[in-house]
Design a protein around this ligand. Structure first.
Ligand SMILES: NC(=O)c1ccc[n+]([C@@H]2O[C@H](COP(=O)([O-])OP(=O)(O)OC[C@H]3O[C@@H](n4cnc5c(N)ncnc54)[C@H](O)[C@@H]3O)[C@@H](O)[C@H]2O)c1
Ligand SMILES: O=c1ccn([C@@H]2O[C@H](COP(=O)(O)OP(=O)(O)O[C@H]3O[C@H](CO)[C@@H](O)[C@H](O)[C@H]3O)[C@@H](O)[C@H]2O)c(=O)[nH]1
Length: 332
């Protein structure tokens, strides 16, 4: 039986494909390559197409014996979602609806879902646990919450079992050096800081210095992408035991401000990185830090690459070796 990975040519999805391959799983990848890269898919069979294309999806389900789905495919930029919420509802919510309906048609009843810390919004408690209030401050987080609720009702009606993984901020790159983060345009803090260190950008813009935090910049919980990937493999295994649907936070439990991230990047890269203070970016909560005890106890998740310095170093190794991302590789 195969695991279908939607968005498997993307950043986190490609790392999950690598983890599944290490476990000897049969893998089918679906990606429209809007953000993904062929060269990022290091295992399994890649189908290039869009989740919202029902005939395309029918072919994928007909040609393969799929028993579980890991669903990464989505648009996921906080800033963009505030400018163009319709894009997020269309791709994230409608795309997920197409996928779930196809799964039910083919009696595939297990799904692991990429959710996000953005479902919480401005937290009531720090660190945030899974029982805390969900009140998104941006359209992206709202669509992810809608997707989680859709899965809940598909469970009630059809017995679909889901594990929703609410990741905090993914960072770093695979230790093989073969895959890493390459978005176009790039909007995430760590790759942009490293591009500034490489001289590909004149500076890093710090979005807001007037938040209610110690140094005035936003605090996030950075988690290594390979640790995230491993959680997906564990979640598939848990669903295969017949477990009920559940939601888990995935983070390190330690927060770093934007300024702290830049300082650590200066240490790791031994380069000058110019920082320029700019206005806040719309939709950003001040602090997002995870309590992930539940994933540790129920999934047996044990993140191994916890130090931010090491996470940034793994990203730096990827950026130095692949300054043009996947463009420098044989296939894009
Ligand atoms: N990067 C993070 O820090 C972070 C944190 C929390 C949650 N997430 C979630 O994790 C998932 C993966 O994030 P990422 O950073 O790897 O993003 P990504 O953009 O690198 O990967 C998403 C992939 O899905 C593909 N895709 C998008 N819409 C599609 C569609 N309709 N049909 C087929 N393919 C489609 C894209 O081409 C891309 O390869 C997303 O769902 C995101 O919301 C990411
Ligand atoms: O050039 C930049 C880019 C980012 N930031 C700040 O850095 C922090 C982190 O931003 P970013 O790397 O864009 O991540 P988030 O906006 O926190 O969102 C990421 O993390 C979320 C979970 O916390 C996921 O849901 C999203 O998909 C993922 O993009 C935020 O405070 C940003 O305002 C800057 O100051 N300058």
């Amino acid at each position: 039986m195969a695991v279908l990975v939607t968005g498997g040519a993307g950043y986190i999805g490609s790392h999950a494909v690598a983890s599944l391959k290490e476990r000897g799983e049969e893998i089918v990848v679906v990606d429209n390559l809007e953000q993904g890269h062929r060269a990022a898919v290091t295992g399994g069979k890649l189908y290039v197409g869009d989740l919202r294309d029902k005939d395309f999806l029918e072919t994928v389900f007909k040609e393969n014996s799929i028993d579980a789905v890991i669903h990464f495919a989505a648009n996921s930029l906080v800033g963009e979602s505030m400018q163009n919420p319709g894009k997020y509802y269309h791709n994230n919510v409608y795309g997920t609806l197409c996928l779930l309906e196809k799964m039910i048609e083919h009696n595939v009843l297990k799904i692991v879902f990429s959710s996000t810390a953005a479902t919480y919004g401005e937290p009531e408690n720090v660190p945030i646990d899974e029982y805390d209030r969900t009140l998104p401050t941006n359209a992206y987080g709202e669509t992810k919450l809608a997707m989680e609720k859709m899965m809940k009702w598909f469970d009630v009606a059809h017995g679909l079992k889901f594990v929703s993984l609410r990741y905090f901020n993914a960072a770093g790159a695979h230790e093989s050096g073969l895959i890493g983060e390459d978005h176009n345009p790039e909007s995430h803090l760590i790759p942009i800081v490293l591009q500034a260190a490489l001289g590909q950008r004149p500076h890093i813009s710090v979005f807001g210095e007037d938040y209610d935090t110690e140094d005035g910049t936003c605090i996030r919980d950075y988690i290594h992408v390979s640790d995230l990937a491993d959680a997906h493999v564990l979640a598939v295994e848990r669903l295969r035991t017949g477990a009920d649907s559940s939601i888990y936070n995935l983070g390190n439990g330690q927060g770093f401000s934007v300024k702290q991230v830049i300082d650590i990047a200066r240490l790791v890269t031994e380069r000058e990185i110019k920082a320029v203070i700019e206005p806040r970016r719309s939709g950003d909560p001040a602090v997002l830090v995870a309590a992930s005890n539940r994933a540790r106890s129920e999934l047996g998740w044990n993140p191994k690459r916890n130090k931010l310095e090491d996470i940034i170093r793994s990203a730096w190794n990827w950026h130095v070796a692949n300054p043009q991302g996947y463009k420098g590789k044989t296939q894009e």
